[in-house]
Design a protein around this ligand. Structure first.
Ligand SMILES: NC(=O)c1ccc[n+]([C@@H]2O[C@H](COP(=O)([O-])OP(=O)(O)OC[C@H]3O[C@@H](n4cnc5c(N)ncnc54)[C@H](O)[C@@H]3O)[C@@H](O)[C@H]2O)c1
Length: 484
């Protein structure tokens, strides 16, 4: 990990990893203007036909190769993508239907290029050949270059433009969570992907956590019946708000960034039986910013679903980025779901291991490590490895792209694409409820900071798809007119 600034400890993800990366932000140019109620660009961009390049991919290409562009080389790249690209460069990607497929990191786009050159200097030889685009227009130039896939891992208010440029240029796209911040943005990306016959997917790695897979298995099999309510909490340390994110945190809240993990878990696990119905939120200020500011320390979000028989299910999701830095788990996460016939309680880091090393826990090593997400290991056969569901989710995505492009005759590409677009766990078209909740949450917090606390958003009422209501006021603000 050449080049990482070893000053501030930062357990770089929302999951509790068993090691700590030390990093500083590459540049100070992340604008403070991450508006709490962002106005999505509404200009409709003309759709282009799929360019000839992606049409040339065929099972006869020898060797079958997917050339990948990466937008953003920050913490999540270092944590998961880097390891994926390095491993797949060694062993390729293999499925019986596709045969071996090479995955090549061919280009990156970052603000300044500093991290790109740092990575190049320390990367394995076969990964040093990528082209580096920087500065204004870097993403557009990357999107237009000879690639098959673009992964978007820039700050979340910059996902939309990058993903749109890539899809318009005929590239399959993978976006880090939260995919985008409003439904009009989601609509536009889904439409371009559909018209250009491409995959557009989003990373929610918690769906691949073995515990969450088991929860969903019990629900789908009818063993756990009819969820009624539940809570999830994800608490990040102060060093996140005071260090890692300090440059862009003005006007932001911890919920958009991390509550989406649990919003997706809830929606994917329970949402097929019921409809999203209401969203409300409140929060606290005064530590990261002033009590009057629009910068939030912690947020409590409540989301209700309605079943066809009029029964309801309600979930509270608590998030924070002001937990003490010396908290033993660093990132604290737990869930509880109550059903008609059962209860499920899970704790991300209390999965059995407790560890203390003088002078090294809880910062460098965790007291209660979660080795499921992403851990570094010495395998029994002597190999050093990095593995876990944070990396597995990327391998799945590339397997899906390989399946579309190389998984059978070119004449059947359309069938393979259609089939993979139906996967609700990662397809952008299935991210509507999560994006709707994020859009509603941002609007509610914006109203709160403007002196109107206690607003709520009703979903799919006669007045519109997302309608904001202020307490004591008959006025309604339609955030999104079409049905969610
Ligand atoms: N799946 C997860 O658990 C998880 C965890 C952390 C972050 N994320 C998501 O990953 C994304 C990136 O987060 P991060 O923590 O890695 O951020 P970061 O601040 O560490 O890195 C951001 C990167 O984006 C680049 N960048 C910024 N603006 C750009 C632009 N306009 N054009 C090109 N590059 C640009 C920067 O150069 C930098 O390399 C966010 O959407 C975040 O929510 C996901």
């Amino acid at each position: 990990m050449g080049g990482w600034n070893r000053k501030k400890p930062y357990a770089a993800t929302s999951d509790n990893v068993n090691y700590v990366y030390f990093l500083s932000r590459e540049f100070s140019g992340i604008p403070a203007d991450r508006s709490p109620n962002p106005k999505p660009p509404v200009t409709r961009v003309p759709l282009t036909p799929t360019p000839a390049y992606s049409r040339t991919m065929d099972a006869n290409t020898n060797p079958a190769t997917l050339r990948v562009g990466m937008v953003g080389l920050g913490m999540i790249f270092e944590e998961t993508y880097r390891s994926f690209f390095e491993q797949v460069a060694k062993r390729g990607l293999f499925q019986r239907s596709t045969g071996p497929v090479e995955i090549e990191l061919a280009a990156v786009a970052t603000r300044t290029g500093t991290r790109a050159e740092r990575y190049r200097a320390g990367a394995p030889v076969q990964l040093r050949r990528f082209e580096s685009f920087t500065g204004d227009g870097a993403v557009a130039r990357l999107a237009e270059s000879e690639l098959n896939v673009v992964c978007v891992a820039s700050p979340d208010d910059r996902h939309f433009e990058a993903a749109l440029a890539a899809l318009m240029a005929g590239k399959h796209v993978l976006i880090e969570k939260p995919s985008v911040l409003s439904l009009p943005e989601l609509d536009q990306l889904s439409e371009v992907a559909r018209r250009n016959r491409l995959l557009a997917k989003v990373v929610y790695h918690k769906l691949l956590d073995p515990d969450h897979k088991k929860l969903r298995t019990l629900v789908v099999d009818g063993t756990l019946q009819h969820v009624n309510n539940g809570y999830c909490s994800l608490l990040e340390p102060k060093s996140i708000s005071g260090g890692q994110f300090a440059e862009w945190i003005v006007g932001r809240n911890p919920a958009t960034y991390v509550a989406v993990h649990y919003l997706k878990l809830i929606d994917f696990t329970f949402g097929s039986d019921c409809q999203l119905n209401r969203i409300s939120a409140t929060g606290q200020r005064g530590l990261v910013g002033t009590p009057e500011s629009s910068t939030w320390d912690s947020v409590q979000l409540q989301v209700s679903y309605r079943y066809p028989d009029s029964r309801e299910a309600t979930f509270d999701i608590h998030t924070s980025w002001v937990t003490p830095d010396n908290f033993p788990g660093y990132v604290e996460q737990e869930v509880q779901f109550r059903f008609d016939n059962g209860i499920w309680l899970a704790h991300q880091r209390k999965r059995g291991v407790e560890l203390a090393i003088e002078g090294r826990t809880p910062h460098e090593h965790k007291n209660t490590p979660n080795h499921h997400y992403n851990g570094t290991f010495l395998e029994p056969w002597g190999e050093r490895s990095q593995r876990g569901y944070g990396i597995e989710v990327l391998e799945r995505f590339f397997g899906e792209v390989a399946q579309v492009e190389f998984g059978g005759p070119k004449s059947e590409r359309e069938d393979r694409l259609n089939q993979l677009q139906t996967l609700r766990y990662n397809d952008l078209s299935a991210d509507r409820n999560c994006v709707a909740i994020v859009q509603a949450l941002e609007a509610i917090l914006h109203e709160h900071a403007a002196g109107n606390p206690g607003c709520s958003v009703v979903v799919n009422s006669a007045a519109g798809g997302l309608v904001l209501q202020r307490p004591g006021s008959a006025l309604q603000n339609v955030l999104y007119a079409a049905p969610v």
